[in-house]
Design a protein around this ligand. Structure first.
Ligand SMILES: [Zn+2]
Ligand SMILES: [Zn+2]
Length: 506
């Protein structure tokens, strides 16, 4: 994308500004498990629009808020939870202990690493926790509006969603049962608006009275609409599942207008991120990549770029194998004034223009066996400017993690300290080629070595490929490896020379 074409975030910002200059961009996720790369799209999309709003007009007053649905119930014992967590199914997440015992509670355990990742991604949000909002009384007015208008609310939801699940004992408010602790099984049987309490009866057999302040929560379709008014939300991205006809956004629009007397926010429905081979990512399935894992292998600016380069309505394929290298190189190739680069910017990316292909860092990492000083030496040998040490360090850490996790075997190698036995099977032409190279390489660039290999192949009347194979066998004990010219130029020349002479003599 060039400097003059507009980015989708700027297009959206323009439309939003037609509605006014004061904006609250809202985003939120239920922290029921590791918050994964699929969820990330919502936050990055919101942040891109928020930044575009701030860039477009200096008079705008915008906020970016993040609401964690901490008062939602635990739906089931997820695969990552201990079996005895069945006792907490139905409890609000905020009331459940940390399964690993390292944080004050369940919510912190999954939310805190996510908030740290947001910081890495240069996303600054004001955080709201739903349980605190309910306990602080932020929802009191909305609950008092909703309780007497139960039938009207139920009619709106049934009519728009096409469901008829709202029976006579349905209520927009779900109390927490003081006996069993669940927020999913007690039904409202009466209320007192002056006392701000509800009477309930629970399927566990208990009946009691709960305060509307913290003693329960609105059902989620009603909660969502109420929240818009409470927080003054004007813009909200959400997964496209919430945007289909009859969805929670549709019911939210009417609930917001008719019940809470508030104009619903500008919607930004977005498609899913599909992890190659794994399909739609969902935190309840257990097969996911968390955002922290993603940030281990992808530079934060590239993770932003992955999301920001695609319009929200298009799905994103993410393949953490070889295409990850292409993605990083593509980002590094963006011009300094490219809007995509601006919107993808994080703290660490603002200075890096060294342009070392990520694949070369991956190879250098393996040649140097992860030793950073050696990595710098290897890169310098192949002609790269290594003055931006901090950035190269960050990138080589990602390379190391990637090699441990998602890198396919085809890119992995290790320089063999002892000459591999396989060299015995090399043909006499292959051995001649190695001997020739041993006398040629000193001080030559990768490209020169590459050209020389082709020249030798003509002279010896063998295929270049058979020389490549001889090189990989002598150094790696493999039939394939990194691009040969570059690879040879990046190695210690004395070592290679001796190895090739030794190999040609076997
Ligand atoms: Zn913890
Ligand atoms: Zn109960």
């Amino acid at each position: 994308m060039g400097k003059n074409s507009t980015h989708w975030a700027d297009d959206i910002a323009k439309k939003i500004l037609e509605r006014g200059k004061k904006h609250v961009v809202a985003t939120g996720i239920t922290p029921s498990g590791n918050i994964h790369i699929g969820n990330m799209r919502e936050v990055v999309t919101a942040d891109a629009v928020y930044k575009a709003l701030s860039d477009t007009d200096t008079d705008t007053d915008s906020r970016l808020i993040y609401i964690a649905d901490t008062y939602d119930p635990l739906r089931k014992v997820y695969p990552f939870l201990p079996d005895d967590y069945d006792q907490y199914v139905g409890w609000p997440l905020s009331e459940i202990p940390d399964p690993d015992g390292c944080c004050p509670g369940y919510v912190d355990h999954f939310l805190n690493p996510f908030l740290k990742s947001l910081d890495n991604l240069n996303i600054k949000v004001e955080v709201f926790k739903a349980d605190e909002m309910y306990k602080n009384g932020d929802y009191n007015e909305a609950i008092k509006i909703a309780l007497p208008r139960r039938d009207e609310i139920s009619e709106i939801i049934d009519r728009i969603s096409g469901k008829s699940s709202y029976s006579s004992n349905w209520n927009p408010f779900n109390p927490i049962c003081e006996s069993c602790g669940r927020i999913t099984s007690a039904k409202v049987i009466g209320y007192d608006l002056d006392e701000e309490t509800v009477e309930y009866s629970c399927s566990c057999g208990h009946s009691g009275v709960a305060s509307i302040q913290g003693g329960g929560k609105l059902t989620w379709r009603v909660d969502w609409a109420a929240r818009w008014a409470i927080l003054g939300v004007t813009v909200e991205p959400f997964g496209k599942d919430h945007a289909v006809a009859g969805s929670s956004y549709d019911t939210g629009v009417e609930l917001s207008k008719k019940i809470f007397n508030y104009d619903p926010p500008y919607p930004i429905p977005f498609e899913h991120i599909l992890l190659k081979g794994k399909g739609k990512m969902s935190s309840s399935s257990g097969v996911t990549i968390s955002i922290e894992q993603m940030l281990d292998i992808l530079p934060s600016e590239v993770l932003r770029y992955l999301i920001i380069r695609t319009k929200p309505e298009k799905h994103i394929d993410f393949d953490p194998g070889i295409p990850l290298i292409t993605l990083i190189d593509e980002f590094d190739g963006l011009l300094e004034d490219d809007r995509l680069r601006e919107l993808s910017q994080t703290k660490s990316s603002s200075v890096f223009f060294a342009r070392i292909p990520f694949g070369h860092i991956v190879n250098a990492f393996q040649i140097a066996r992860g030793d950073f000083t050696q990595i710098l030496t290897v890169l310098k040998r192949s002609g790269y400017d290594v003055s931006e040490e901090e950035m190269i360090k960050l990138r080589s850490e990602k390379a190391g993690k990637w090699l441990e996790t998602f890198a396919p075997n085809s890119v992995k190698f290790s320089l063999q300290k002892k000459i591999p036995d396989g060299v015995k099977n090399l043909s006499s032409e292959q051995k001649k080629a190695l001997l020739h190279l041993s006398g040629y390489m000193d001080g030559k660039s990768g490209e020169e070595i590459h050209d020389e290999i082709y020249k030798i192949s003509e002279e010896l009347n063998i295929k270049p490929n058979s020389i490549f194979k001889a090189i990989y066998m002598a150094l790696l004990g493999l039939k394939s490896g990194p691009r040969a010219g570059w690879f040879l130029s990046s190695l210690d020349q004395t070592f290679v020379k001796e190895r090739f002479i030794e190999a040609s003599d076997r």
